[in-house]
Design a protein. Structure first.
Length: 586
C-alpha cells in the first residue's frame, strides 16, 4: 500500500495479534525484500484462518491456511498427474513441497455487469491474462484502463460479487494439448465434459498465436478429400486451405463437415470439431454418430454450447485451433471445423457491448473482421523445414434468407479461399447436398485435385452451367426439339448423380468411376428414379471386376487412358445388361 505522498507502506492482517518477535521478523523481511524501511501496520481480520496476509503496495504475501492450500493445489496442477497414479504422486508432492515466499498481486471486484467484471488494484495485469476470483471462477482480461480493468468471465457471474478478491495468475489463456484429447469431448478450457475422466496433457499452447509466415508455408496442392462427389469434383479442397460452408439454417452445412470427417478414416488425418452456440443435444447426437462410425478415434470435439458463457463461446475456436496447431507442428494433417462463426461473432458482440466498446455496423464492434482473420490465417500447409504438417479449416456461417451480403458472411468470404454455398430451394427439392454450383467456388481449384479426379470430372461445371441456362429459357416453352430435350435430360441426370446420402462418403475410385460413366453419357438413358440404384450397382460391379484398378486409383490418384477405356467398357456392358434385365422384367 502507498501513503498519500506515495511512500510504500505495509499492512499485516490476521485473526490474532502478532507477537513482538513476529513483528520484528516481518520488519526484517520487508527491509531485506524492498531494500528500505517499510512502515508496518497490523489490522485484525477474523475472516482469515490461521496465518498472516501481508500486503505491500500491490504485492500480497498470503501465508494463511487458504493461501497455503492454494499454493499446494497450483503445485499439483503443474505436475499434470494421471488418474492412475494420483495418490502416490500427492504423497510425494507433500514431501517435496515448501511454502514459496512469492508475492501475489491481488485486486478487488468493483462491479459485475452480465458476464463482465470490473476489477481494481491489479496495476500490472496484462491483456489476455487469466485472473482467478475468490469463488474459483476464472476470467480473462479484455480492457485495461488507469486504475481498473475489465475481465470476461468463464463461469457464472452469480458466483462473482463486488468486493470479492481477485488474483493474477501471470498466465495467458491456454489450451492443454496432447494425443490424449483424441476421442474426447472437452470445453473451451480443455476440461473433459464427456464423463470419461482426466485427460493427460503433454503440453500447453496459448489460444492466441501468430499465423505462420509466408516462408514457413508451402503451396496448397495436396487434396483433402471430403468423399462428397459435388465438392471433390468441382470445388476441391486442399490441405491447408480455408473453405467456407455457407447457407441458411437447416440446409445441411454440418452434414457436409461431418461427412468430411468420416471420410478421413484411415488417412492419418486428425479431425477437430468446434461447436459454438449449438444445442447440447445436437452436439451429443453428432458425437454419437461419429463414435458409431469409428470416427471419434481420430477426432476431438471442443464444445461451447448455447448455455455456456459468451466468454467460452468466444475463445472456443481459438482453443480448438491451438489443439490443431499442436498436431500440425508435429507434421500431421489436421481438419478443423468451426460450427459456426456466426454464433461466434454474436457472442463477441455481446461481450463487446458489455465492455462498452463502440458498436458499428449491425452493432458489431469494429474489430470483428480481425476476430476471424487472425483465427483462419492460422490454417496452413507448413513447409518441409517446419515438418510439412497442415491444418485445413472448414468454417461454417449461417445466412438469413440466403443473404450472403450481410456483414459477417462478407467478412468471412473475403478471408477464406472459396465457399460452398448451400441453397434452401435445392435442399427442399431433394437435391442433397444442396450445393449451388453457380455461387460456390474454390480458389485453389485443380491444384488440390488428383489427376484421376481432374481427368474424370472434365467439364462437369460447364455442362451443369449450360443445363441451368437452358432450364431457365425452356421453362416457359412447351414445344422443345429432341436435341434440347436430350440436353435437359442429360443435365437432370448429372444433378441426380450428385445427390448423396449423409454418412456415406465416396472413396476416390467410386467418384472417378461414376464420373467417367456419367460424362460419357452412359447413364443418360437410365430413368431418373432408377439412377441411384444404377449407380450403386455399377460401382459394386466395378469393385468386383476391377479391384486392382480401384486400388491403384486410391493409392496413386492417377487415371491412364487405358484405365478410362476399361472403366467405360465395363460401364457400357453393365448398362446393356441392366437394360436387358429391365426389358425382360417388363
Amino acid at each position: 500500500m502507498r501513503s498519500a505522498r506515495g511512500r510504500l507502506t505495509a499492512e499485516l492482517r490476521s485473526a490474532k495479534a502478532p507477537s513482538e518477535a513476529q513483528l520484528q521478523r516481518f520488519g526484517e523481511f520487508l527491509s531485506r525484500t524492498y531494500q528500505r524501511k517499510v512502515p508496518l501496520r497490523w489490522e485484525q481480520d477474523e475472516s482469515l484462518r490461521s496465518g498472516f496476509r501481508l500486503q505491500v503496495g500491490s504485492d500480497v504475501y498470503d501465508w494463511t491456511l487458504d493461501g497455503r492450500v492454494r499454493q499446494f493445489t497450483d503445485y499439483l496442477r503443474q505436475l499434470q498427474p494421471g488418474t492412475e497414479d494420483l495418490v502416490p504422486l500427492m504423497r510425494q508432492a507433500a514431501k517435496d513441497w515448501s511454502l514459496a515466499v512469492v508475492p501475489e498481486e491481488i485486486g478487488e471486484v468493483l462491479t459485475v455487469d452480465g458476464e463482465v467484471a470490473t476489477v481494481g488494484g491489479l496495476d500490472h495485469a496484462q491483456y489476455g491474462e487469466i485472473l482467478v476470483f475468490a469463488s474459483g471462477v476464472k476470467g480473462m482480461v479484455q480492457d485495461l484502463r488507469r486504475g481498473e480493468l475489465s475481465c470476461i468471465l468463464f463461469g457464472s457471474s452469480e458466483e462473482v460479487s463486488a468486493g470479492s478478491m481477485v488474483r493474477r495468475t501471470h498466465k495467458t489463456a491456454g489450451m492443454p494439448v496432447g494425443d490424449g484429447f483424441l476421442g474426447r469431448v472437452v470445453d473451451a478450457l480443455g476440461v473433459p465434459i464427456d464423463g470419461r475422466g482426466h485427460i493427460h496433457a503433454e503440453g500447453r499452447r496459448p489460444i492466441e498465436s501468430p499465423a505462420p509466415g509466408i516462408l514457413d508455408r508451402q503451396p496448397v496442392n495436396t487434396p483433402m478429400e471430403t468423399g462428397i462427389l459435388t465438392i471433390d469434383s468441382m470445388f476441391p479442397i486442399g490441405r491447408g486451405q480455408r473453405e467456407l460452408i455457407i447457407g441458411d439454417r437447416q440446409t445441411g452445412k454440418t452434414a457436409i463437415a461431418v461427412d468430411a470427417i468420416l471420410n478421413q478414416k484411415g488417412k492419418n488425418v486428425v479431425c477437430i470439431y468446434v461447436a459454438i452456440g449449438q444445442k447440447t443435444s445436437s452436439v451429443a447426437q453428432l458425437v454419437d454418430n461419429l463414435a458409431r462410425r469409428g470416427a471419434m478415434e481420430y477426432t476431438c470435439v471442443v464444445s461451447a454450447c448455447a448455455g455456456a458463457p459468451a466468454a467460452l463461446q468466444y475463445i472456443a475456436p481459438y482453443a480448438g485451433c491451438a489443439l490443431g496447431e499442436y498436431f500440425m507442428n508435429q507434421g500431421q494433417d489436421v481438419l478443423i471445423v468451426y460450427d459456426d462463426l456466426s454464433k461466434h461473432a454474436i457472442a463477441y458482440r455481446a461481450l463487446s457491448l458489455l465492455l462498452e466498446r463502440s458498436p458499428g455496423r449491425e452493432a458489431y464492434p469494429g474489430d470483428v473482421f480481425y476476430l476471424h482473420s487472425r483465427l483462419l490465417e492460422r490454417a496452413a500447409h507448413l513447409s518441409d523445414e517446419r515438418g510439412g504438417g497442415s491444418m485445413t479449416a472448414l468454417p461454417i456461417v449461417e445466412t438469413q434468407a440466403g443473404d450472403v451480403s450481410a456483414y459477417i458472411p462478407t467478412n468471412i468470404i473475403s478471408i477464406t479461399d472459396g465457399q460452398i454455398f448451400l441453397e434452401t430451394e435445392l435442399f427442399f427439392a431433394g437435391q442433397r447436398p444442396a450445393v449451388n454450383v453457380g455461387l460456390s467456388v474454390s480458389r485453389v481449384g485443380g491444384d488440390a485435385q488428383t489427376k484421376a479426379m481432374k481427368s474424370a470430372a472434365g467439364a462437369i461445371r460447364l455442362e451443369l452451367a449450360q443445363y441451368r441456362e437452358m432450364e431457365v429459357f425452356t421453362q416457359f416453352s412447351s414445344d422443345l426439339d429432341d436435341a434440347t430435350k436430350r440436353q435437359l435430360a442429360y443435365g437432370q441426370g448429372l444433378m441426380r448423380l450428385l445427390r448423396q446420402n449423409q454418412y456415406a462418403p465416396f472413396s476416390q475410385h467410386q467418384q472417378v468411376a461414376a464420373l467417367v460413366a456419367a460424362m460419357h453419357h452412359v447413364m443418360q438413358d437410365v430413368p431418373l428414379e432408377e439412377l441411384d440404384g444404377f449407380r450403386r450397382e455399377l460401382l459394386h460391379q466395378v469393385e468386383e471386376e476391377l479391384p486392382d484398378l480401384c486400388r491403384r486409383i486410391d493409392m496413386t490418384g492417377m487415371l491412364t487412358e487405358g484405365d478410362r477405356e476399361e472403366l467405360l467398357a465395363l460401364s457400357r456392358r453393365f448398362l446393356e445388361a441392366y437394360q436387358a434385365s429391365e426389358n425382360h422384367g417388363g
